[in-house]
Design a protein around this ligand. Structure first.
Ligand code: NAP
Length: 489
Protein backbone atom coordinates (compact mmCIF):
# COMPACT_ATOMS: atom_id res chain seq x y z
CA UNK A 1 0.00 0.00 0.00
CA UNK A 2 1.53 3.40 -0.96
CA UNK A 3 2.64 5.47 2.02
CA UNK A 4 0.78 8.55 0.67
CA UNK A 5 -2.48 6.58 0.78
CA UNK A 6 -1.80 5.54 4.34
CA UNK A 7 -1.29 9.12 5.44
CA UNK A 8 -4.45 10.33 3.71
CA UNK A 9 -7.43 10.46 6.12
CA UNK A 10 -10.48 8.30 5.43
CA UNK A 11 -12.76 11.27 5.91
CA UNK A 12 -11.46 14.75 5.29
CA UNK A 13 -10.64 16.84 8.32
CA UNK A 14 -13.34 19.26 9.45
CA UNK A 15 -13.16 22.99 9.87
CA UNK A 16 -10.62 24.69 12.01
CA UNK A 17 -7.85 23.34 9.88
CA UNK A 18 -5.91 22.49 12.96
CA UNK A 19 -6.50 18.78 12.65
CA UNK A 20 -5.15 18.66 9.09
CA UNK A 21 -4.89 15.14 7.67
CA UNK A 22 -4.69 13.57 11.11
CA UNK A 23 -8.15 14.62 12.28
CA UNK A 24 -11.05 12.22 11.63
CA UNK A 25 -14.29 14.17 11.43
CA UNK A 26 -16.36 10.97 11.66
CA UNK A 27 -14.80 10.07 14.97
CA UNK A 28 -17.40 9.42 17.63
CA UNK A 29 -14.89 8.53 20.31
CA UNK A 30 -15.54 10.11 23.65
CA UNK A 31 -13.75 9.64 26.94
CA UNK A 32 -16.27 6.92 27.93
CA UNK A 33 -15.73 4.86 24.76
CA UNK A 34 -14.00 1.48 25.08
CA UNK A 35 -10.21 1.62 24.83
CA UNK A 36 -8.50 -0.60 22.29
CA UNK A 37 -4.74 -1.05 22.26
CA UNK A 38 -2.54 -1.75 19.26
CA UNK A 39 1.08 -2.89 19.48
CA UNK A 40 3.15 -1.77 16.48
CA UNK A 41 2.91 1.29 14.27
CA UNK A 42 3.20 -0.27 10.81
CA UNK A 43 0.78 -0.30 7.86
CA UNK A 44 -1.74 -2.59 9.52
CA UNK A 45 -1.70 -0.68 12.80
CA UNK A 46 -2.29 2.68 11.10
CA UNK A 47 -5.24 1.39 9.06
CA UNK A 48 -6.74 -0.36 12.06
CA UNK A 49 -6.34 2.75 14.25
CA UNK A 50 -8.16 4.90 11.70
CA UNK A 51 -10.99 2.37 11.36
CA UNK A 52 -11.34 1.99 15.14
CA UNK A 53 -11.36 5.75 15.74
CA UNK A 54 -13.94 6.19 12.99
CA UNK A 55 -16.04 3.48 14.70
CA UNK A 56 -16.06 5.34 18.00
CA UNK A 57 -13.31 3.60 19.97
CA UNK A 58 -10.52 5.21 21.94
CA UNK A 59 -7.26 3.95 20.50
CA UNK A 60 -3.93 3.75 22.24
CA UNK A 61 -0.97 2.63 20.15
CA UNK A 62 2.13 1.09 21.72
CA UNK A 63 5.43 1.74 19.97
CA UNK A 64 9.12 1.26 20.73
CA UNK A 65 9.65 4.81 19.46
CA UNK A 66 6.37 6.67 19.89
CA UNK A 67 7.78 10.08 18.92
CA UNK A 68 8.82 8.83 15.49
CA UNK A 69 5.38 7.42 14.61
CA UNK A 70 2.93 9.83 16.24
CA UNK A 71 2.51 11.97 13.10
CA UNK A 72 1.27 8.95 11.10
CA UNK A 73 -1.80 8.38 13.30
CA UNK A 74 -5.01 10.37 13.59
CA UNK A 75 -4.98 12.93 16.38
CA UNK A 76 -7.70 11.03 18.20
CA UNK A 77 -5.36 8.07 18.71
CA UNK A 78 -2.79 8.21 21.45
CA UNK A 79 0.68 6.96 20.52
CA UNK A 80 2.73 5.98 23.53
CA UNK A 81 5.11 3.33 24.84
CA UNK A 82 4.19 -0.33 24.57
CA UNK A 83 3.83 -0.70 28.37
CA UNK A 84 1.66 2.40 28.66
CA UNK A 85 -0.60 1.21 25.82
CA UNK A 86 -1.23 -2.29 27.15
CA UNK A 87 -1.91 -1.06 30.67
CA UNK A 88 -4.68 1.25 29.39
CA UNK A 89 -6.55 -1.29 27.20
CA UNK A 90 -8.32 -4.57 27.93
CA UNK A 91 -8.25 -5.61 24.29
CA UNK A 92 -4.92 -5.36 22.48
CA UNK A 93 -4.17 -6.02 18.80
CA UNK A 94 -0.69 -7.40 18.17
CA UNK A 95 0.21 -5.76 14.84
CA UNK A 96 3.82 -6.90 14.98
CA UNK A 97 5.44 -9.58 12.80
CA UNK A 98 5.51 -12.95 14.62
CA UNK A 99 9.32 -13.08 14.39
CA UNK A 100 9.34 -10.22 16.91
CA UNK A 101 6.85 -11.64 19.41
CA UNK A 102 9.72 -12.55 21.74
CA UNK A 103 10.53 -8.83 22.16
CA UNK A 104 7.09 -8.38 23.78
CA UNK A 105 7.91 -10.77 26.66
CA UNK A 106 8.35 -7.87 29.10
CA UNK A 107 4.64 -7.04 28.75
CA UNK A 108 3.52 -10.40 30.17
CA UNK A 109 2.42 -9.06 33.55
CA UNK A 110 0.64 -6.05 32.08
CA UNK A 111 -1.22 -8.25 29.61
CA UNK A 112 -2.41 -10.83 32.17
CA UNK A 113 -6.21 -11.31 32.03
CA UNK A 114 -6.51 -9.26 28.82
CA UNK A 115 -7.52 -10.19 25.29
CA UNK A 116 -4.79 -10.34 22.65
CA UNK A 117 -5.76 -10.34 18.96
CA UNK A 118 -3.21 -12.01 16.71
CA UNK A 119 -3.48 -10.53 13.20
CA UNK A 120 -0.34 -12.08 11.77
CA UNK A 121 0.15 -13.93 8.51
CA UNK A 122 2.91 -16.35 7.61
CA UNK A 123 5.29 -16.19 4.69
CA UNK A 124 4.58 -19.72 3.49
CA UNK A 125 1.86 -22.30 4.11
CA UNK A 126 2.37 -24.01 7.48
CA UNK A 127 0.73 -27.43 7.59
CA UNK A 128 2.31 -28.82 10.75
CA UNK A 129 1.73 -26.02 13.24
CA UNK A 130 1.90 -24.54 15.75
CA UNK A 131 0.30 -21.39 14.41
CA UNK A 132 1.54 -17.92 15.33
CA UNK A 133 -1.55 -17.45 17.49
CA UNK A 134 -0.82 -20.67 19.38
CA UNK A 135 2.78 -19.53 19.91
CA UNK A 136 1.48 -16.20 21.23
CA UNK A 137 -0.90 -18.06 23.57
CA UNK A 138 2.04 -20.12 24.87
CA UNK A 139 4.03 -16.93 25.48
CA UNK A 140 1.15 -15.23 27.30
CA UNK A 141 -0.68 -18.03 29.15
CA UNK A 142 -2.55 -15.57 31.37
CA UNK A 143 -4.03 -13.69 28.40
CA UNK A 144 -6.80 -14.88 26.08
CA UNK A 145 -5.63 -15.02 22.48
CA UNK A 146 -8.07 -14.55 19.61
CA UNK A 147 -6.96 -15.07 16.01
CA UNK A 148 -8.52 -12.82 13.40
CA UNK A 149 -8.38 -9.87 10.99
CA UNK A 150 -5.38 -11.43 9.20
CA UNK A 151 -7.50 -12.11 6.11
CA UNK A 152 -8.09 -8.35 5.71
CA UNK A 153 -5.42 -6.25 4.08
CA UNK A 154 -4.38 -2.91 5.53
CA UNK A 155 -5.99 -1.40 2.43
CA UNK A 156 -9.37 -3.05 3.13
CA UNK A 157 -9.21 -1.85 6.71
CA UNK A 158 -8.43 1.66 5.59
CA UNK A 159 -11.22 1.73 3.01
CA UNK A 160 -13.68 0.04 5.34
CA UNK A 161 -16.12 -2.78 4.61
CA UNK A 162 -17.72 -0.91 1.70
CA UNK A 163 -14.70 -1.55 -0.51
CA UNK A 164 -13.43 -5.00 0.35
CA UNK A 165 -14.19 -8.32 1.92
CA UNK A 166 -16.73 -7.98 4.72
CA UNK A 167 -16.04 -11.28 6.46
CA UNK A 168 -13.60 -11.54 9.36
CA UNK A 169 -12.74 -15.08 10.44
CA UNK A 170 -12.21 -15.39 14.19
CA UNK A 171 -11.22 -18.19 16.54
CA UNK A 172 -10.17 -18.50 20.15
CA UNK A 173 -10.49 -20.69 23.22
CA UNK A 174 -12.11 -18.07 25.49
CA UNK A 175 -15.69 -17.37 24.49
CA UNK A 176 -15.67 -14.10 26.49
CA UNK A 177 -12.61 -12.81 24.65
CA UNK A 178 -14.00 -13.98 21.31
CA UNK A 179 -17.32 -12.31 22.14
CA UNK A 180 -15.67 -8.92 22.72
CA UNK A 181 -13.68 -9.17 19.46
CA UNK A 182 -16.86 -10.21 17.64
CA UNK A 183 -18.64 -7.15 19.03
CA UNK A 184 -15.78 -4.85 17.99
CA UNK A 185 -15.73 -6.43 14.54
CA UNK A 186 -19.45 -5.75 14.10
CA UNK A 187 -19.17 -2.15 15.18
CA UNK A 188 -16.44 -1.65 12.59
CA UNK A 189 -18.94 -2.80 9.93
CA UNK A 190 -17.42 -6.23 9.26
CA UNK A 191 -19.15 -9.59 9.50
CA UNK A 192 -17.52 -11.85 12.10
CA UNK A 193 -17.40 -15.57 11.31
CA UNK A 194 -16.74 -17.82 14.30
CA UNK A 195 -14.30 -20.54 13.27
CA UNK A 196 -14.21 -22.23 16.66
CA UNK A 197 -11.26 -22.88 18.96
CA UNK A 198 -7.74 -21.53 18.67
CA UNK A 199 -6.71 -24.82 17.04
CA UNK A 200 -8.40 -23.46 13.86
CA UNK A 201 -5.91 -20.59 13.78
CA UNK A 202 -3.49 -22.54 11.56
CA UNK A 203 -6.20 -22.85 8.91
CA UNK A 204 -7.07 -19.14 9.19
CA UNK A 205 -3.40 -18.19 8.98
CA UNK A 206 -2.88 -20.28 5.86
CA UNK A 207 -5.96 -18.90 4.05
CA UNK A 208 -4.36 -15.74 2.60
CA UNK A 209 -1.43 -17.80 1.32
CA UNK A 210 -3.33 -20.20 -0.91
CA UNK A 211 -3.09 -19.54 -4.63
CA UNK A 212 -6.32 -20.77 -6.28
CA UNK A 213 -6.16 -24.18 -4.53
CA UNK A 214 -9.21 -25.64 -6.28
CA UNK A 215 -8.04 -24.44 -9.69
CA UNK A 216 -4.57 -25.97 -9.79
CA UNK A 217 -5.53 -29.43 -11.11
CA UNK A 218 -8.18 -28.22 -13.62
CA UNK A 219 -5.81 -25.56 -15.01
CA UNK A 220 -2.90 -28.04 -15.22
CA UNK A 221 -5.19 -30.59 -16.92
CA UNK A 222 -6.29 -27.93 -19.44
CA UNK A 223 -2.68 -26.93 -20.16
CA UNK A 224 -1.53 -30.56 -20.46
CA UNK A 225 -4.37 -31.39 -22.87
CA UNK A 226 -3.71 -28.23 -24.85
CA UNK A 227 -0.03 -29.11 -25.20
CA UNK A 228 -0.79 -32.69 -26.20
CA UNK A 229 -3.40 -31.82 -28.84
CA UNK A 230 -1.38 -28.88 -30.15
CA UNK A 231 1.66 -31.09 -30.75
CA UNK A 232 -0.56 -33.81 -32.23
CA UNK A 233 -2.16 -31.36 -34.66
CA UNK A 234 1.19 -29.78 -35.44
CA UNK A 235 2.68 -33.14 -36.39
CA UNK A 236 -0.33 -34.09 -38.55
CA UNK A 237 -1.20 -30.76 -40.19
CA UNK A 238 2.10 -28.86 -40.36
CA UNK A 239 4.98 -31.31 -40.13
CA UNK A 240 3.47 -34.02 -42.34
CA UNK A 241 3.05 -31.84 -45.49
CA UNK A 242 6.55 -30.45 -44.94
CA UNK A 243 8.19 -33.88 -44.60
CA UNK A 244 6.23 -35.73 -47.30
CA UNK A 245 5.72 -32.98 -49.92
CA UNK A 246 8.20 -30.29 -48.89
CA UNK A 247 5.19 -27.91 -48.48
CA UNK A 248 5.69 -25.23 -45.82
CA UNK A 249 2.46 -24.45 -43.96
CA UNK A 250 4.08 -23.24 -40.74
CA UNK A 251 1.88 -20.12 -40.95
CA UNK A 252 -0.92 -22.35 -39.63
CA UNK A 253 0.70 -22.60 -36.20
CA UNK A 254 -0.66 -19.40 -34.53
CA UNK A 255 -4.30 -19.60 -35.65
CA UNK A 256 -5.29 -22.78 -37.51
CA UNK A 257 -3.52 -25.23 -35.22
CA UNK A 258 -4.67 -23.40 -32.09
CA UNK A 259 -8.21 -23.33 -33.41
CA UNK A 260 -8.37 -27.12 -33.90
CA UNK A 261 -6.70 -27.67 -30.54
CA UNK A 262 -9.10 -25.54 -28.48
CA UNK A 263 -12.32 -27.47 -29.27
CA UNK A 264 -10.50 -30.75 -28.60
CA UNK A 265 -9.52 -29.53 -25.13
CA UNK A 266 -13.00 -28.08 -24.53
CA UNK A 267 -14.74 -31.36 -25.36
CA UNK A 268 -12.41 -33.58 -23.33
CA UNK A 269 -12.62 -31.20 -20.35
CA UNK A 270 -16.42 -31.20 -20.57
CA UNK A 271 -16.42 -35.01 -20.63
CA UNK A 272 -14.12 -34.96 -17.59
CA UNK A 273 -16.85 -33.06 -15.71
CA UNK A 274 -19.23 -36.01 -16.10
CA UNK A 275 -16.81 -38.97 -15.83
CA UNK A 276 -16.63 -38.99 -11.99
CA UNK A 277 -20.44 -38.87 -11.63
CA UNK A 278 -20.89 -41.88 -13.91
CA UNK A 279 -18.03 -43.74 -12.22
CA UNK A 280 -19.44 -43.00 -8.75
CA UNK A 281 -22.85 -44.32 -9.83
CA UNK A 282 -21.25 -47.51 -11.20
CA UNK A 283 -19.37 -47.99 -7.90
CA UNK A 284 -22.58 -47.59 -5.91
CA UNK A 285 -24.35 -50.10 -8.15
CA UNK A 286 -21.51 -52.61 -7.77
CA UNK A 287 -21.28 -52.11 -4.01
CA UNK A 288 -25.05 -52.14 -3.61
CA UNK A 289 -24.80 -49.33 -1.07
CA UNK A 290 -24.07 -45.63 -0.88
CA UNK A 291 -22.40 -45.93 2.52
CA UNK A 292 -18.96 -46.98 1.25
CA UNK A 293 -16.39 -44.22 1.03
CA UNK A 294 -15.30 -43.22 -2.47
CA UNK A 295 -11.54 -43.24 -3.07
CA UNK A 296 -9.97 -39.88 -2.13
CA UNK A 297 -9.05 -39.07 -5.74
CA UNK A 298 -12.69 -39.54 -6.80
CA UNK A 299 -13.89 -37.29 -3.97
CA UNK A 300 -11.45 -34.59 -5.06
CA UNK A 301 -12.44 -35.00 -8.71
CA UNK A 302 -16.14 -34.63 -7.82
CA UNK A 303 -15.43 -31.36 -6.01
CA UNK A 304 -13.48 -29.91 -8.97
CA UNK A 305 -16.24 -30.36 -11.57
CA UNK A 306 -17.19 -26.67 -11.60
CA UNK A 307 -13.61 -25.62 -12.35
CA UNK A 308 -13.25 -28.28 -15.06
CA UNK A 309 -16.47 -27.04 -16.65
CA UNK A 310 -15.33 -23.41 -16.56
CA UNK A 311 -12.00 -24.34 -18.18
CA UNK A 312 -13.97 -26.15 -20.89
CA UNK A 313 -16.15 -23.06 -21.36
CA UNK A 314 -13.07 -20.84 -21.72
CA UNK A 315 -11.62 -23.08 -24.46
CA UNK A 316 -14.98 -23.25 -26.26
CA UNK A 317 -15.39 -19.46 -26.13
CA UNK A 318 -11.85 -18.94 -27.46
CA UNK A 319 -12.57 -21.45 -30.24
CA UNK A 320 -15.66 -19.44 -31.21
CA UNK A 321 -13.67 -16.19 -31.34
CA UNK A 322 -10.84 -17.80 -33.33
CA UNK A 323 -13.37 -19.29 -35.77
CA UNK A 324 -15.04 -15.91 -36.31
CA UNK A 325 -11.65 -14.41 -37.11
CA UNK A 326 -10.66 -17.11 -39.62
CA UNK A 327 -11.98 -15.29 -42.73
CA UNK A 328 -10.04 -12.12 -41.78
CA UNK A 329 -6.70 -13.79 -42.47
CA UNK A 330 -4.81 -13.20 -45.70
CA UNK A 331 -4.26 -16.96 -46.03
CA UNK A 332 -8.05 -17.53 -45.98
CA UNK A 333 -8.53 -15.00 -48.79
CA UNK A 334 -5.80 -16.68 -50.87
CA UNK A 335 -7.55 -20.02 -50.34
CA UNK A 336 -10.88 -18.64 -51.57
CA UNK A 337 -9.13 -17.15 -54.61
CA UNK A 338 -7.28 -20.44 -55.30
CA UNK A 339 -10.51 -22.44 -55.02
CA UNK A 340 -12.20 -20.00 -57.40
CA UNK A 341 -9.35 -20.28 -59.91
CA UNK A 342 -9.43 -24.06 -59.66
CA UNK A 343 -13.13 -23.84 -60.45
CA UNK A 344 -14.22 -25.75 -57.37
CA UNK A 345 -17.89 -26.59 -57.65
CA UNK A 346 -20.72 -26.35 -55.14
CA UNK A 347 -20.58 -29.54 -53.07
CA UNK A 348 -24.01 -30.14 -51.61
CA UNK A 349 -22.85 -32.62 -48.99
CA UNK A 350 -19.99 -30.40 -47.84
CA UNK A 351 -22.31 -27.39 -47.55
CA UNK A 352 -24.81 -29.36 -45.45
CA UNK A 353 -22.09 -30.74 -43.21
CA UNK A 354 -20.82 -27.24 -42.50
CA UNK A 355 -24.27 -25.76 -41.84
CA UNK A 356 -25.10 -28.57 -39.42
CA UNK A 357 -21.88 -28.62 -37.49
CA UNK A 358 -21.87 -24.84 -37.11
CA UNK A 359 -25.42 -24.80 -35.83
CA UNK A 360 -24.81 -27.59 -33.30
CA UNK A 361 -21.56 -25.93 -32.19
CA UNK A 362 -23.35 -22.64 -31.50
CA UNK A 363 -25.98 -24.51 -29.47
CA UNK A 364 -23.26 -26.25 -27.46
CA UNK A 365 -21.60 -22.91 -26.71
CA UNK A 366 -24.93 -21.39 -25.70
CA UNK A 367 -25.62 -24.23 -23.26
CA UNK A 368 -22.08 -24.03 -21.87
CA UNK A 369 -22.55 -20.29 -21.29
CA UNK A 370 -25.74 -21.04 -19.34
CA UNK A 371 -23.87 -23.58 -17.21
CA UNK A 372 -21.07 -21.08 -16.57
CA UNK A 373 -23.51 -18.35 -15.53
CA UNK A 374 -25.41 -20.64 -13.15
CA UNK A 375 -22.16 -21.72 -11.50
CA UNK A 376 -21.67 -18.14 -10.23
CA UNK A 377 -22.43 -18.19 -6.48
CA UNK A 378 -24.92 -15.31 -6.68
CA UNK A 379 -26.94 -17.06 -9.42
CA UNK A 380 -26.54 -20.54 -7.89
CA UNK A 381 -27.81 -19.22 -4.54
CA UNK A 382 -31.00 -17.97 -6.17
CA UNK A 383 -31.83 -21.48 -7.45
CA UNK A 384 -33.23 -24.31 -5.38
CA UNK A 385 -31.46 -27.66 -5.41
CA UNK A 386 -33.76 -29.15 -8.08
CA UNK A 387 -33.31 -26.20 -10.42
CA UNK A 388 -29.55 -26.21 -9.90
CA UNK A 389 -29.17 -29.95 -10.53
CA UNK A 390 -31.50 -29.72 -13.54
CA UNK A 391 -29.28 -27.09 -15.14
CA UNK A 392 -25.94 -28.60 -14.17
CA UNK A 393 -26.90 -32.20 -14.94
CA UNK A 394 -29.58 -32.24 -17.68
CA UNK A 395 -28.43 -29.13 -19.55
CA UNK A 396 -24.82 -30.18 -18.92
CA UNK A 397 -25.45 -33.50 -20.65
CA UNK A 398 -27.29 -31.64 -23.41
CA UNK A 399 -24.19 -29.44 -23.88
CA UNK A 400 -21.96 -32.54 -23.96
CA UNK A 401 -24.25 -34.18 -26.53
CA UNK A 402 -24.25 -31.05 -28.72
CA UNK A 403 -20.48 -30.68 -28.49
CA UNK A 404 -20.04 -34.38 -29.37
CA UNK A 405 -22.41 -34.00 -32.33
CA UNK A 406 -20.47 -30.91 -33.42
CA UNK A 407 -17.28 -33.00 -33.50
CA UNK A 408 -19.00 -35.96 -35.20
CA UNK A 409 -20.39 -33.68 -37.91
CA UNK A 410 -17.00 -32.05 -38.31
CA UNK A 411 -15.46 -35.50 -38.79
CA UNK A 412 -18.31 -36.68 -41.07
CA UNK A 413 -16.90 -39.61 -43.10
CA UNK A 414 -13.26 -38.55 -42.88
CA UNK A 415 -12.45 -41.36 -40.48
CA UNK A 416 -12.77 -43.68 -43.50
CA UNK A 417 -10.37 -41.72 -45.71
CA UNK A 418 -6.89 -43.26 -45.86
CA UNK A 419 -5.20 -39.83 -46.31
CA UNK A 420 -6.45 -38.81 -42.83
CA UNK A 421 -4.03 -41.25 -41.16
CA UNK A 422 -0.91 -39.13 -41.51
CA UNK A 423 2.20 -40.74 -40.01
CA UNK A 424 -0.26 -43.55 -39.10
CA UNK A 425 -1.91 -41.16 -36.60
CA UNK A 426 -5.73 -41.17 -36.55
CA UNK A 427 -7.47 -37.79 -37.07
CA UNK A 428 -7.69 -35.65 -33.91
CA UNK A 429 -11.49 -35.75 -33.78
CA UNK A 430 -11.37 -39.55 -33.43
CA UNK A 431 -9.15 -39.32 -30.34
CA UNK A 432 -11.29 -36.53 -28.90
CA UNK A 433 -14.53 -38.46 -29.29
CA UNK A 434 -13.49 -41.50 -27.22
CA UNK A 435 -14.15 -40.05 -23.76
CA UNK A 436 -17.39 -38.09 -24.48
CA UNK A 437 -18.91 -41.08 -26.27
CA UNK A 438 -17.97 -43.36 -23.37
CA UNK A 439 -19.56 -40.91 -20.89
CA UNK A 440 -22.73 -40.52 -22.95
CA UNK A 441 -23.10 -44.29 -23.37
CA UNK A 442 -22.44 -44.77 -19.64
CA UNK A 443 -25.11 -42.18 -18.82
CA UNK A 444 -27.52 -43.87 -21.22
CA UNK A 445 -26.91 -47.24 -19.54
CA UNK A 446 -27.54 -45.65 -16.13
CA UNK A 447 -30.88 -44.29 -17.28
CA UNK A 448 -32.22 -47.70 -18.31
CA UNK A 449 -35.30 -48.14 -16.07
CA UNK A 450 -34.03 -51.23 -14.18
CA UNK A 451 -30.61 -49.61 -13.51
CA UNK A 452 -32.04 -46.17 -12.70
CA UNK A 453 -34.52 -47.67 -10.23
CA UNK A 454 -31.83 -49.64 -8.40
CA UNK A 455 -29.57 -46.57 -8.25
CA UNK A 456 -32.40 -44.41 -6.92
CA UNK A 457 -33.12 -46.96 -4.18
CA UNK A 458 -29.44 -47.13 -3.23
CA UNK A 459 -29.27 -43.34 -3.02
CA UNK A 460 -32.27 -43.34 -0.68
CA UNK A 461 -30.46 -45.67 1.71
CA UNK A 462 -31.31 -49.16 0.42
CA UNK A 463 -28.49 -51.73 0.69
CA UNK A 464 -27.83 -54.99 -1.10
CA UNK A 465 -26.86 -56.74 2.10
CA UNK A 466 -28.10 -55.55 5.45
CA UNK A 467 -24.48 -55.17 6.48
CA UNK A 468 -22.78 -51.78 6.24
CA UNK A 469 -19.16 -51.73 5.21
CA UNK A 470 -17.11 -49.13 7.01
CA UNK A 471 -13.97 -48.36 5.07
CA UNK A 472 -11.37 -46.70 7.22
CA UNK A 473 -9.59 -43.59 5.95
CA UNK A 474 -6.04 -43.84 4.60
CA UNK A 475 -4.45 -42.91 7.89
CA UNK A 476 -6.01 -45.82 9.75
CA UNK A 477 -4.97 -48.13 6.97
CA UNK A 478 -1.37 -46.97 7.36
CA UNK A 479 -1.56 -47.54 11.09
CA UNK A 480 -2.21 -51.22 10.40
CA UNK A 481 -5.91 -51.26 11.28
CA UNK A 482 -8.09 -53.66 9.32
CA UNK A 483 -9.37 -52.24 6.05
CA UNK A 484 -13.03 -52.92 6.65
CA UNK A 485 -15.24 -53.46 9.61
CA UNK A 486 -18.40 -55.46 8.94
CA UNK A 487 -21.16 -54.46 11.31
CA UNK A 488 -24.73 -55.62 11.40
CA UNK A 489 -27.35 -52.95 11.21
P1 NAP B 1 5.07 -3.30 9.51
O1 NAP B 1 4.57 -2.17 8.67
O2 NAP B 1 6.45 -3.78 9.27
O3 NAP B 1 4.91 -2.92 11.04
C1 NAP B 1 5.36 -3.78 12.07
C2 NAP B 1 5.50 -2.96 13.33
O4 NAP B 1 5.92 -3.82 14.38
C3 NAP B 1 6.58 -1.90 13.23
O5 NAP B 1 6.07 -0.71 12.74
C4 NAP B 1 7.06 -1.78 14.69
O6 NAP B 1 6.47 -0.65 15.29
C5 NAP B 1 6.50 -3.01 15.39
N1 NAP B 1 7.54 -3.78 16.11
C6 NAP B 1 7.47 -4.15 17.40
N2 NAP B 1 8.55 -4.84 17.76
C7 NAP B 1 9.34 -4.91 16.67
C8 NAP B 1 10.61 -5.49 16.43
N3 NAP B 1 11.29 -6.13 17.38
N4 NAP B 1 11.15 -5.36 15.20
C9 NAP B 1 10.46 -4.74 14.20
N5 NAP B 1 9.27 -4.16 14.41
C10 NAP B 1 8.69 -4.25 15.61
O7 NAP B 1 4.09 -4.55 9.35
P2 NAP B 1 2.52 -4.56 9.04
O8 NAP B 1 2.33 -4.65 7.59
O9 NAP B 1 1.83 -3.48 9.78
O10 NAP B 1 2.11 -5.99 9.65
C11 NAP B 1 2.00 -6.16 11.05
C12 NAP B 1 1.30 -7.50 11.30
O11 NAP B 1 0.02 -7.46 10.67
C13 NAP B 1 2.04 -8.69 10.72
O12 NAP B 1 1.96 -9.77 11.59
C14 NAP B 1 1.29 -8.99 9.45
O13 NAP B 1 1.35 -10.35 9.09
C15 NAP B 1 -0.12 -8.60 9.84
N6 NAP B 1 -0.96 -8.24 8.68
C16 NAP B 1 -0.60 -7.23 7.87
C17 NAP B 1 -1.41 -6.91 6.78
C18 NAP B 1 -1.07 -5.77 5.85
O14 NAP B 1 -1.81 -5.57 4.87
N7 NAP B 1 -0.02 -5.01 6.11
C19 NAP B 1 -2.58 -7.66 6.53
C20 NAP B 1 -2.92 -8.68 7.40
C21 NAP B 1 -2.10 -8.96 8.48
P3 NAP B 1 7.31 0.26 16.33
O15 NAP B 1 8.66 0.45 15.66
O16 NAP B 1 6.54 1.50 16.43
O17 NAP B 1 7.43 -0.52 17.60
Amino acid sequence: MPKEEMKRPLIRGGGGGGGGSRHLEASLSDPGAPVVGILGTGDFSRSLARRLVASGYQVVVGSRTPKRSVALFPEEAEVTSQMEAVSQADLVFVAVFPEHYSTLAGLKQALAGKTLVDVSNGVRINRDGPSHAERLADMFPESSVVKGFNTLSAWTLQMGPRDGSRQVLLCGDSSKAKGSVTQLCRSMGFVPVDMGLLSSSLEIENLPLYLFPSWRVPVLATLALFLFFYLYNFVRDVLHPYVTKGKSVFYKMPVDTVNVTLPSVALVMLALVYVPGVYAAVLQLLWGTKYNRFPDWLDRWLTRRKQLGLCSFLCAALHAIYSLCLPMRKSARYKIYADFKEGKEWDDQEVWRMELYLSVGIMALGLLSLLAVTSLPTVANSLNWREFSFIQSRLGYAALTMATLHTLLYGWDRAFHGDQYRFCLPPTFMLVLVLPLAVLLGRLALSLPCVALRLRRIRRGWEKSRQIRFTLPDEDRRNGHPLEDMSDV
